[in-house]
Design a binder for this molecule. Structure first.
Ligand code: C5P
Length: 236
């Protein structure tokens, strides 16, 4: 597989074409952002940690029957993905009250929800990724009723697998964000990444083992992500 020209540069990743039109070469970078990109910092080693963590998680999801874009890890910072057209939705699932959900409803963080709640945010930096409902998704022609139903049921299915993976290393999966994409034939598959950048993970002592250490300035991101990776590698 040959790495070609740069196709797209996101906040934390660079996507390159390859000699196979259906495959992308993805490089994870060291940039950390918060407040929708308003705060940016280079954190040496972050890209390598996220690439290794998300690769392990996607390998597990693939082996448990979830269809994903993940093909294989190439190096500490690179992986091969199937090329998809990303659906402009951030699909968030919450098991425990935290973050923007706590703020929006005036609740304390830590309350365990009686059942998981799935939310959609419109992926649009200029609009600050607004919270939207199913009818907005349809109005904006982002997805059909059937596709919306699929996105929700697939996210709930993925939650059950992820909860198990994180619990094996002593972490509670508080919430997480997923992105899905369409293959050329329209099939929707899981895309993007699953890492402490995109998930809230609390240990038994209530420590934040995720990007909240950066967002809230409450710890060393590299130390925390390294511990998460080491524990995942140990259970492999
Ligand atoms: O900030 P909020 O509480 O809405 O975040 C919910 C979950 O989605 C968190 O796990 C957070 O890391 C993730 N998220 C993300 N990318 C965003 C917004 C949220 O990965 N742009």
């Amino acid at each position: 597989m040959e790495k070609g020209t740069l196709l797209y540069e996101g906040k934390a990743k660079k996507l390159y074409v390859t000699d196979d039109s259906e495959v992308l070469w993805v490089e994870y970078c060291d940039q950390a952002t918060a407040l929708n990109g308003a705060r940016k910092e280079q954190i040496a080693g972050k890209g390598a940690l996220n690439n290794q963590i998300t690769s392990l998680i996607f390998e597990r999801l693939n082996s448990e029957g979830i269809t994903t874009h993940f093909i294989k890890k190439l190096s500490k910072t690179e992986q091969l993905n199937e090329k998809v057209e990303i659906i402009p939705l951030e699909v968030v699932l919450r098991n425990v009250v935290a973050g923007s959900f706590a703020k929006r409803f005036g609740l304390s963080e830590g309350f365990v929800l009686p059942a998981p709640i799935v939310e959609f945010y419109y992926k649009n930096d200029d609009l600050d990724d607004p919270f939207i409902n199913d009818e907005h998704v349809k109005f904006l022609n982002i997805a059909t009723d059937d596709e919306i139903a699929f996105l929700k049921s697939e996210t709930r299915k993925i939650n059950e697998i992820l909860k198990k993976i994180w619990l094996e290393i002593g972490l509670t999966l508080v919430d997480f964000k997923l992105e899905f994409g369409r293959l050329a034939d329209g099939t929707i598959i899981l895309a993007d990444e699953i890492s402490p950048d995109t998930s809230r993970l609390w240990d038994a002592a209530g420590n934040h083992m995720d990007k909240d250490v950066f967002r809230r300035n409450i710890g060393d991101l590299i130390e925390v992500y390294s511990e998460v990776l080491a524990k995942l590698q140990a259970t492999k």
